[in-house]
Design a protein around this ligand. Structure first.
Ligand code: 5GP
Length: 189
């Protein structure tokens, strides 16, 4: 089997949201969510894999009792373009009927993934269903989907880092970056 050679071209990245900006905003979101759900049950549902870094930081800024669960989805079609058809790769472990569910997303782009997930989760009759996303690429939206908490609005550019990947790499970057010219060039040899 041929080993995958990871791209690691940090010199071709423009840092768009710094580690410090993310830290501050995630703390604010955690505080706001803690206030909004004070005295209530709360279940965070994180969408794999992109939202794991955000979830790990966000939940440590939520100061009220809560539990977490995960779902994994994949959209058919090209790797970096959402086709609107969503497939569930991993479902929740626990029932959500009667619970206050907060979907934790990394980025909302066309909105198709979130729209599908909302409809599916609503059919399971949670007490409430809200959405927090770290990034909102609002200019790309194709379906109108309500978002309750937004970390940052981003322009129409492909972004990586802080959980977001390019070909499964770069999720560990502590900042959000935009690839510049040269980043996507094929490796030689
Ligand atoms: P949507 O269904 O809203 O078009 O797409 C949402 C999913 O597409 C995200 O959860 C993410 O996996 C992927 N995605 C959309 N935009 C970007 C981007 O700029 N960078 C990365 N790495 N993934 C993206």
């Amino acid at each position: 089997m041929r080993a995958v050679k990871p791209h690691w071209r940090l010199e071709h990245l423009e840092i768009f949201i710094t580690e410090e900006q993310i830290r501050q905003r995630v703390a604010e979101l955690g505080a706001q969510i803690s206030r909004d759900y004070e005295g209530q049950d709360l279940l965070l549902v994180a969408i794999l894999k992109g939202s794991v870094v955000f979830l790990a930081d966000l939940m440590r800024h939520i100061t009220i009792p809560h539990s977490i669960d995960f779902m994994a989805t994949s959209s058919y079609g090209a790797a970096t373009e959402s086709s609107g058809i969503v497939r569930i790769l991993k479902d929740l472990d626990i029932p959500i009927i009667g619970r206050n569910v907060l979907i934790v997303e990394d980025i909302v782009d066309t909105g198709h993934t979130l729209s599908y997930l909302r409809r599916m989760l609503l059919s399971r009759e949670p007490a409430s269903l809200r959405v927090v996303t770290l990034l909102d690429k609002r200019s790309r939206r194709e379906v109108d989907v309500p978002i309750d908490y937004v970390g940052f609005e981003v322009p129409n550019a492909f972004v990586i880092g802080y959980g977001l990947d390019y070909a499964e790499f770069y999720r560990n970057l502590p900042y959000i970056a935009i690839p510049k010219e040269g980043f996507f060039d094929e490796d030689e040899g």
